[in-house]
Write a protein that binds this ligand. Structure first.
Ligand code: BES
Ligand code: MN
Ligand code: ZN
Length: 509
């Protein structure tokens, strides 16, 4: 998708389709209160062209509601699309992002390949930079479709997307927001295309190659290690997961070191990269097992965030570690009852892990990933993983779970959510959960029973993050969308890329 920014009045834009946003300004409640759809543009030609239909009551400006006019009088555009943001009082930046996605997804199946969207005027207190960025992000989100392996791809891509900003507006801010939006949008699409790949097309080795190619493109340092290096580092937990697979594991390390930044924090991003999770010897039921190709979504989110960081260039050092492996049953696979030794840290021996269930593999690869990030000097850690089904049961496909051992670090993460528009809900850690994963034979068990599954999993990771400020994101319920929405296709969501990016940026000097 080609994206351009144009400073002009919307009416002058010669395009296949011009989209403008609208809010419902009705504040009264009750049966007599009629919706009052109001366009967010000061362009008189556009308001005149839409006046009759807005007065008709057919369009209520509900969130993601659309209305199309052909040959609108007085406009250079061939069509005018109005997209609703919902009630004015409630409409926020994420509604603008979604509305841009809705406009794109309206356009695609109609074979229209060109879209211009007018930046909303007089919309809440959002800054023009944030609005421009959200619109471009939303357009990329909407443009992605998962049908990459269909012989005749259905809706292909919108070829040209133009953001139209009023001539008198704050050019520098809008340009900056626009440029950021392109970087973030493309990075999120990079993540989504990785997550979309089937297990046979994206083995750990291939994930490593895709990471290396991306790193080269954006100027990141990248190393991809395999079994031998894992043995050298004594990553017994990570190795135990990979030993049942014919595909070797990949330990992907990306480094972003901006010039002139020699001290201050080092941000460590650690991602779960299980390219296919069968459950191993504790094998999963057949129903829905095919979806377990998305079990590398946390790792892919870290790669997308690193891509955006490399291009946005914040003044803070960042390391990313993705632990990529398959989880397979095999003659050589690890088994329930096995005891494995995790990577040692500093002068202390690795902790021993009592394997209760080989399907709790994510926490094992992350244990060594977190330790390695600390060994490489990370001062602040974040991990992302499709870690537990339990988090989906608790929070639905609405919020992802977030856990932290450090309140101010978590608050800093939370601040970024206003920009990312992603929903996370803080979940509890605590000694009571840690008690549930105490082992009789070794230091720690890899599962804690049926209750509190997301928290015992998080507490398992806490054992390895120890007292380094750390955030754990359980995105199992959010990384894959089961039904089409007006602004995003079903399939991989790219969830968490934007929030991880904002958090890392917040440490820039
Ligand atoms: N990858 C799964 C978690 C998952 C479930 C992700 C559903 C996405 C959708 C993880 O490896 C797993 O199997 N977790 C087990 C843990 C259990 C054995 C303690 C689970 O949640 O059932
Ligand atoms: Mn599993
Ligand atoms: Zn898994």
């Amino acid at each position: 998708m080609r994206t351009t920014l144009s400073f002009a009045s919307p009416a002058e834009i010669a395009t296949e389709l011009l989209a403008v946003l609208a809010v419902d300004t009705q504040t009264e409640k009750g049966p007599a209160a009629k919706p009052a759809p109001t366009l967010l543009t000061s362009d008189h030609a556009v308001t005149a062209a839409a006046a009759a239909v807005l007065a008709s009551g057919e369009f209520k400006a509900g969130a993601n509601e659309t209305l199309l006019l052909h040959a609108p009088a007085g406009l250079a555009a061939k069509r005018l699309l109005i997209v609703g943001l919902g009630k004015q009082a409630k409409a926020a930046l994420h509604n603008v992002r979604n509305a841009a996605g809705t406009a794109i997804r309206f356009t695609k199946p109609r074979g229209i390949r060109e879209l211009a969207l007018a930046l909303p005027e007089n919309f809440s207190e959002s800054l023009p930079l944030a609005e421009a960025r959200a619109i471009v992000e939303g357009a990329f989100v909407g443009d992605f479709d998962p049908d990459t392996y269909r012989s005749e791809r259905k809706d292909v891509s919108v070829q040209s997307f133009t953001v139209v900003a009023p001539a008198g507006s704050d050019r520098a801010a809008i340009e900056a927001g626009f440029n950021e939006g392109v970087i973030v949008g493309e990075s999120q699409s990079f993540t989504r295309s990785l997550v979309n790949e089937p297990g046979n097309k994206l083995t750990p080795t291939i994930m490593g190659q895709r990471a290396a190619a991306m790193a080269k493109e954006v100027g990141l340092a990248c190393e991809v290690h395999s079994t031998e290096k894992l043995r050298e580092l004594k990553m017994g937990a990570f190795l135990s997961v990979s030993q049942g697979s014919a595909e070797p594991p990949a330990l992907i390390v990306l480094r972003y070191e901006p010039e002139g930044v020699k001290d201050g924090p080092i941000i460590g991003l650690v991602g779960k990269g299980i390219t296919f999770d069968t459950g191993g010897i504790s094998i999963k039921p057949a129903d829905n097992m095919e979806k377990m190709k998305y079990d590398m979504a946390g790792g892919a989110a870290m790669l997308g965030a690193m891509r955006a960081i490399a291009l946005l260039k914040p003044k803070v050092r960042v390391i990313a570690i993705v632990c990529a492996s398959e989880n397979m049953p095999d003659g050589k696979a690890y088994k329930p009852g096995d005891v494995v030794t995790a990577m040692p840290f500093a002068d202390r021996p690795g902790k021993t892990i009592d394997i209760i269930n080989t399907d709790a593999e994510g926490r094992l690869v992350l244990a060594d990933g977190l330790t390695y990030a600390r060994q490489l000097g990370a001062t602040h850690l974040i991990d992302a993983a499709t870690l537990t089904g339990a988090i989906g049961v608790a929070l639905g496909q609405i919020n992802a779970g977030a856990f932290s051992n450090h309140d101010t670090t978590f608050e800093q993460f939370k601040t970024g959510l206003a920009v990312s528009g992603e929903k996370f809900w803080r979940m509890p850690l605590g000694d009571e959960y840690a008690d549930l994963i105490r082992s009789d034979i070794g230091d720690i068990k890899n599962t804690g029973g049926r209750f509190g599954g997301a928290s015992t999993a998080a507490e398992f990771l806490h054992t390895f993050a120890e007292d380094t400020p750390w955030i754990h994101l359980d995105i199992a319920g959010m990384a894959w969308i089961d039904e089409n929405r007006p602004y995003i296709a079903k399939g991989p969501s790219g969830f968490a890329v934007r929030s991880i990016l904002e958090w890392a940026k917040s440490y820039a000097s």
